[in-house]
Structures are given as C-alpha cells and as structure tokens.
Ligand binder design. Structure first.
Ligand SMILES: CC(C)[C@H](C(=O)O)[C@@H](O)C(=O)O
Ligand code: SF4
Length: 476
C-alpha cells in the first residue's frame, strides 16, 4: 500500500472488505462499533424483526436514551416515565430482545450518546464508528472515523457489521498559531464554518491540523469534530497524539495492560504520511479568531461578537442574499444592528457539542458571583450523568443555581426541543448548541449559537455580549 496516505485513507483502507463494482468508488466497509438512540433506531429494529434476523455482534452496539427524554429531575425520578413513552419503551424492548446493552433513563451512565461513548473509552483511535446520528463525527477527535447513517444502514450494520460506503475526498483544515485568550474551540469551528460555508466540506472528510489543533484538549477537539458536520463534512479527524493516549488511559472500557501496549503501537501509526495529497486545503490563523455568534438560521451566518449584522444587499451571490434576507426576517433582526445589542429570553448550556465538564467549568467561571439578567430563563443540561456528578463534586451546580440557572438531568433537551424544553415562537435563545435552523428549538424559536462561556455572558448581560469585556472576578 502506498506510504503517502492521509489518515482518512488509512482508516478506510484498513476497514475495506472489498471494493464494490458499482462504478462509484464504493466499498464494503467493516464497521467496528455503533451507538443507538431511541429516536433513529426503531425502523431498523422493526426491519430486523420482520426479516427474522438477529444482531450479528450485539456487543458492538451501545444503546442510550437521549433525544426525547425529559431532563427535569422529577420526571426521571418517576418510575413510570420511561414505560409510558412509546419511543423509549420500544427501545427498551428492542435492546432486551436483541441483546444490546442499554443505558436507559435511570442508568447511572445515561447521557447524550456522543458524550457517553468517549467517557467510557469506546471511541478509540483507528476505529470506524457509524451511528444513526450526524454528530457521530465527534469521534474523529480520537482519530476514529465516525459518521452518521440513515435507518436502513443501521439495520444493515446490525445484521452484517458492514456498510456500503462511498469514499470521500480529503480536505485539510490547517489552523495555525494560537487562539487568543478568551477564544474557545467553539469559536474556532464557528469561524471555520463561516469561512468555508455550510456546504464547504461537502463530500469530504476533513482532517484538522496545525499548532492550534495540537494545543486543544481532547474535549475541545470533540467540539470541533462534532460541529464539522455543520459545514458538510461526513468525517472529521484529528490525528491521535500523547494527549489522546493520556485521556484514554483511565477510561473504564478502553484497553489496558498488554492490550493497551499493542493498541498504542498501532495508534502511533495513525497519522497522515508526509507527501500525502489532500484534494482541498484551507488555512486559518487562530490568532485572528474572536468569540463568535450566529445571527441567522444557518451555522455559517455567523460573525465575531464585535461586529454588526451584515446587510444582505451587500451579498454578491443572489442566492446567499435571499437566504440572508429570509434569515433576518425569521430572526426579527435588521442589518447594521450591533450583535451585542441583541436581547435574549433564554440561555441554554447543553448538547453534544458543549456540555462536557470543561464546558461547564468555563460557563461556571463566568457565572460565579453573578446572576442571570431579569427576564432571562436559563438552564444547564449536563452531557451525561458522569459529567453531572463531576460538576457537583466541584460545586459547579451551586454556582449555576446561584446564578439563576436550572440544574437538569442529561439529554439532548433544548438542542432540538423534542422533549418539553421548547422555546416559544418569537423568543430568542443564546445556545451552546450546533444548529440554528428555523424551528430548531421550537416552532418560531430564534437561536444564536455560541460557546458556553458566551452563553453565560449573554445570560448575565441579558443580551449577546463579549465574555472578555465582563469585569474579572477576584479569585477566592
Ligand atoms: C435526531 C438525529 C437524526 C439528529 C442528527 O442526526 O443529528 C439530531 O441528533 C440532531 O442533532 O439534529
Ligand atoms: S445533543 Fe443535539 S446535536 Fe447532539 S445528538 Fe442530541 S440533538 Fe443531536
């Protein structure tokens, strides 16, 4: 095999059972692992039932309830909540009948799938992980190829451990230099998406390289790979390094002892070879990035917080102009308004992009000794029970509560409003999530995406604001 391959090529090559004769660069791909949720799995299980097929390797799947469940502590305390819900109870039955391990509503490790997998050590360098959720790209932070699949592919995987897979083109996104103080991984990926557009990486697997990426923590890398799907990437990778290996060392289901030594030998080969050619390449200077917020209804309709809302009339492309006009109409905003003058009704800290312990620490650091502005309703939904416990052990829950935030149980929650955390029409939310489509947080809801620290700052100010301009607090 050629020795000038990209990391992506190595992952696909090592999992290719054989090329397929379909004339479109497809292969039969071996898939190591999946994670299932109650929302996208039902038809796959129904298909298996109808065909009388078992799951080929039940131990390669983990099932987690996350999308539809309430995050109100009292709902979780109710023993009937799960049994009374059709989606959750069908999921419980499927997992029992097909022998798949389930973290149900009451499980001590329950959480958002993309938070739970890494914290267990199930997202490992070199694996291919396909799952019925687009943010499966998160696992690229470990040098695993993660991507979302539709429900018939879930069924195919469960029955055969394989998928028909079309090879992507390779794109390198090199982020050089250092992020300025107060600028986060979320700002970095939002700046990338703004630069290349919501379809800028379509048809590509992206590899993030450069000094700024190497200096990110593993959780920060997850934020970047998670959100890369919002610029169309069907795979997002960071080559594993010593930080990756250190992160995995104490994870409950990661390899240990001799198995770890053998794994490490392989993991160290997982990098793009010198001389490998990318089909596309983008360069970004980390030093130029500011805290970012979205003003529209697509993740690329974003700008640095110090900016104003752009005038669609100055947009050269007619299609983009129309999109921007429509977005501003939906968002109830006018060109020329300073982003920092946009008032909010809600603040939401949560989601698989930004509800890990480092995210909660960053938000709590802003909120300590402060309070949400009058009229702002604010909630924190930790990414998992594990994150929730860690946060409580550090006293973060107290900081959030004292700041007027509700402290919830884990789930997707207001990220997509499939439970009872729904924003009313016309109301506006500062949100640490990844999607701002029309109606994403409830019919008529208006979403502004930003980092958890920026959500905290917006909650305090009552309007979008630059977290760096808040008075520093005395350490105590
Ligand atoms: C529900 C699921 C299909 C969806 C996804 O694939 O990403 C959801 O998680 C989302 O974030 O929109
Ligand atoms: S937290 Fe949001 S983005 Fe992540 S899986 Fe749930 S709904 Fe999708």
């Amino acid at each position: 095999m050629a020795d000038n391959r990209t990391l992506y090529d190595k992952l696909v090559d090592s999992h290719t059972i054989r090329p397929l004769d379909t004339g479109s660069d497809e292969v039969l791909l071996y898939v190591d692992r999946t994670v299932l949720n109650e929302y996208t799995s039902p038809q796959a299980f129904t298909g298996l039932r109808e065909a009388g097929r078992p799951v080929f390797r039940p131990e390669s799947a983990l099932a987690v309830i996350d999308h539809v469940n309430s995050t109100r502590p009292e709902r979780i305390a109710s023993p009937q909540a799960q049994a009374d819900d059709l989606q959750m109870s069908y999921f419980v039955r499927n997992c029992r009948d097909f022998g798949i391990e389930l973290f149900d509503l009451y499980h001590r490790q329950q959480g958002i799938e993309h938070v739970v997998m890494p914290e267990l050590g199930l997202a490992l360098p070199g694996l291919v992980i396909a799952a019925g959720d687009s943010h499966t790209t998160t696992y690229g932070a470990f040098g695993a190829l993660g991507f979302g699949i539709g429900t018939s592919d879930i069924e195919h995987f469960l029955a055969t451990q394989t998928l028909v897979y079309r090879r992507l083109r390779n794109m390198e996104i090199a982020v050089n230099g250092d992020l300025p103080p107060g600028v986060t991984a979320k700002d970095l990926i939002m700046a990338v998406i703004r630069k290349i557009g919501a379809d800028g990486a379509q048809g590509h697997a992206v590899e993030f390289t450069g000094a700024a990426i190497r200096s990110l923590s593993i959780e920060e890398r997850m934020t970047i790979c998670n959100m890369a799907v919002e610029c169309g990437a069907r795979g997002a990778l960071v080559a594993p390094d010593e930080k990756t290996f250190a992160y995995l060392r104490d994870k409950p289901r990661a390899p240990r002892g001799d198995a770890l030594d053998a794994a490490l030998e392989n993991w160290r080969t997982l990098r793009t070879d010198e001389g490998a050619v990318f089909n596309a390449r983008v360069e970004i200077a980390a030093g130029d990035i500011e805290p970012m917020v979205t003003w529209g209804t697509s993740p690329d309709q974003a700008a640095p917080i110090s900016d104003i809302i752009p005038d669609p009339a100055r947009e050269a492309s007619p299609a983009r102009r129309k999109d921007a006009e429509r977005a501003l109409g939906y968002m109830g905003l006018s060109p020329g308004t300073r982003l920092s003058d946009i008032r909010i009704d809600h603040a939401f800290i949560g989601s698989c992009t930004n509800a890990r312990i480092e995210d909660l620490r960053a938000a709590a650091a802003v909120l300590k000794g402060r309070h949400a502005a009058p009229g702002v309703s604010a909630i924190v939904v930790p990414g998992s029970r594990e994150v929730r416990r860690m946060a409580e052990a550090e006293g973060l829950d107290r900081i959030f509560r004292q700041a007027g935030f509700e402290w919830r149980e884990p789930g997707c929650s207001m990220c997509l409003a499939m439970n009872d955390d729904v924003i009313a029409p016309g109301e506006r939310c500062a949100s640490s999530t990844n999607r701002n489509f029309e109606g994403r947080q409830g019919a008529g809801s208006r979403t502004h995406l930003m980092s958890p620290a920026m959500v905290a700052a917006a909650a305090v100010c009552g309007h979008l604001c630059d977290v760096r301009t808040l008075e520093p607090r005395h350490a105590d």
